[in-house]
Design a protein around this ligand. Structure first.
Ligand SMILES: Cc1cc2nc3c(=O)[nH]c(=O)nc-3n(C[C@H](O)[C@H](O)[C@H](O)COP(=O)(O)O)c2cc1C
Length: 209
């Protein structure tokens, strides 16, 4: 498939075939694609939880507008947006810097200071501001995972129709540490995909020459 064909195949699948499971090699490739997603300063603002437990999925569905994708999918990925790691005193930014190579220790220290100052300057240690920033970054792994899946004939659906506070509670995640950004179920469609409805290119795109 060309990339455009992949984009046309991907759609927000509303129900999955419960008898068809995504194979390990395919799912590993989907996760690998997510890990390769771009992020602001390369800080990978996310963690992925794969929820396969049936009882937990039922609880999540109940707090997600009763959407059946959550319980019928083969694999349910919960993307978590990091907050606490980006606040003063955290070690996460230093760990990210330490994975990279620098010409000298001074250059490493100066890069770390630049990142920490920039982040504390922009977001001022405010949980809501950091969450909005991290949440926006989480859309990148979500999209690349969905496209990788589509390239393999696997369906998906981005889901943000949920009660975020309730989902955090169900998953036992501290609200000030990380928050559920998006659910992405993967599996195989049972119904034909509907026609894509979009604005025209002329309406969306304006050229400045
Ligand atoms: C951030 C986000 C949240 C979404 N939440 C839901 C959702 O809760 N349930 C759902 O069925 N679709 C959800 N969608 C899918 C959109 O409704 C869908 O992408 C859009 O209608 C275009 O259709 P298509 O993806 O099939 O081309 C969401 C999409 C995005 C980007």
């Amino acid at each position: 498939m060309t990339h455009l064909e992949i984009m046309k195949f991907r759609h927000a699948c509303k129900i999955f075939d419960e008898n068809k499971k995504v194979g390990k090699a395919d799912f590993d490739a989907i996760l690998q694609a997510g890990i390769l997603a771009p992020s602001y300063m390369g800080l990978e603002h996310w963690d992925f939880l794969i929820v396969q437990n049936k009882a937990l999925r039922e609880q999540i569905r109940e707090k997600s507008w009763d959407q059946q994708q959550i319980t019928t999918c083969s694999h349910l990925v919960v993307i978590l947006a990091k907050i606490k790691e980006f606040k003063a005193g955290g070690t996460y930014i230093a760990e990210a810097i330490n994975r990279r190579s620098f010409a000298s220790e001074e250059k490493r220290a100066s890069a770390l200071k630049f990142y920490e100052d920039a982040i504390s300057g922009i977001f001022k240690n405010d949980d809501e501001a950091i969450f909005h920033w991290s949440h926006a970054q989480c859309m990148f792994p979500a999209l690349v995972m969905m496209n990788e899946a589509a390239s393999r004939g696997i369906d998906s659906c981005p889901i943000e129709g949920f009660d975020r506070t309730a989902l955090n509670e169900i998953l036992g995640i501290d609200w000030n540490d990380r928050r559920v950004a998006l659910l992405v179920p993967f599996g195989y469609r049972v119904k034909p995909q509907p026609q894509k409805i979009r604005r025209s290119i002329d309406d969306v795109v304006k050229w400045i020459e």
